[in-house]
Design a binder for this molecule. Structure first.
Ligand SMILES: [Zn+2]
Ligand SMILES: [Zn+2]
Length: 253
């Protein structure tokens, strides 16, 4: 079973949300033997989403299920606004992401240089505190790209496992799913999110997983996901999670 639950049809606003454009993503998924995909726009493009197009695609394609997700920026103090975003449509799942540390868009190429002025251990601590806060907020179904802070290759002096352990405990306690996101492999860090050692720890703890390519173009759909499934098996996983109307469904990997 292969799914790709992290797809941005509107990308960063450069593409229109049309039937024809969505269909390009679906065709690419079908060509790779993916059984289920989900469109998960960034929340700032919520007003572009047309759930009726997803319905239409589902009626026209028999070999694949298409779900509706949303990727939301977790920012402290934003909970009420996030609840409003979530209630806009009958979403199948909500991805919770941390892209900002006190207003700093650390994963944006234009803001990368700020890393040079920072203590990397502090950046990691601040980042993972936010991820822990997102998990505790009970707003999300899935925690996306768990260790995104490594995107440009910056590493802390202290072992990441120590920093991540309490975050994983919180995620386990809240019954959240962690996304295995292959996009890190095409970024300067050249590593999956989260790192394999974290995935192994997650498996030992019994934390459920799903997967996504973070595609911002049809060409990226399914990127390295067959390999990701193998990686999960190597870490000890045999099952993964699909979502329907925000209900978890366990399937074989
Ligand atoms: Zn993201
Ligand atoms: Zn994304």
């Amino acid at each position: 079973m292969l799914v790709d639950y992290h797809i941005h049809a509107a990308a960063h606003g450069e593409y229109q949300y049309t039937y024809e454009w969505l269909n390009c993503f679906v065709e690419k998924a079908l060509s790779q033997g993916i059984h289920e995909i989900g469109f998960s726009e960034h929340d700032e493009y919520l007003d572009r989403i047309k759930p009726e197009l997803i319905q239409q695609i589902n009626q026209q394609h028999r070999g694949i299920n298409v779900r509706l997700g949303l990727e939301i920026d977790f920012i402290p103090g934003r909970n009420e606004e996030i609840r409003r975003l979530i209630s806009a449509y009958d979403f199948d799942y909500i991805l919770g992401s941390v892209h900002f540390i006190s207003g700093w868009g650390f994963d944006h190429p234009d803001e990368r240089h700020f890393f040079e002025q920072k203590d990397i251990d502090e950046v990691y601590r601040d980042y993972f505190d936010l991820v822990a806060g997102a998990a505790q907020s009970r707003l999300f179904d899935v925690m996306s790209h768990l260790d995104l802070v490594k995107v440009w290759g910056h590493r802390p002096r202290s072992p990441v496992s120590n920093i991540v352990e309490p975050v994983l405990q919180g995620i386990k306690q809240e019954g959240l799913v962690i996304e295995i996101n292959s996009s890190g492999l095409r970024k300067p860090v050249a590593e999956i999110y989260p790192a394999f050692s974290i995935i192994e720890r997650m498996a030992a703890m019994g934390i459920a997983v799903t997967m996504g390519s973070d595609a911002h173009h049809p060409d990226q759909v399914g990127y390295e996901l067959a390999e990701t499934a193998q990686l999960l098996k190597r870490a000890g996983y045999r099952k993964m999670i699909k979502f329907i109307s925000r209900q978890k469904v366990q399937v074989d990997l």
